[in-house]
Ligand binder design. Structure first.
Ligand SMILES: [Zn+2]
Length: 60
C-alpha cells in the first residue's frame, strides 16, 4: 500500500521524499524535505491539505 519516491522539493529544489500512507481509510501523500524542513500532507482522493502531524504520528 505504501509507496515511496524521491522527488525534487518544490520549495528548495533539493531531493525530497514523497510517500503515501493510510489514515482513517484515506490515502494521504506526504512530501517531506530534510533540507529545508518542507512538509506537505494532502489527501490523495480530494487533494485537500490535511494536518501534517497525522501522518507522522501514524508512522511512529
Ligand atoms: Zn526543500
Amino acid at each position: 500500500m505504501l509507496t515511496k519516491q524521491t522527488i525534487h522539493c518544490p520549495n528548495c529544489g533539493n531531493h525530497a521524499v514523497r510517500q503515501q500512507c493510510l489514515i482513517e481509510k484515506e490515502i494521504v501523500t506526504e512530501t517531506a524535505c530534510p533540507v529545508c524542513d518542507y512538509l506537505l500532507v494532502n489527501c490523495h482522493r480530494t487533494g485537500r491539505v490535511v494536518d501534517s502531524y497525522l501522518c507522522l504520528n501514524t508512522r511512529r
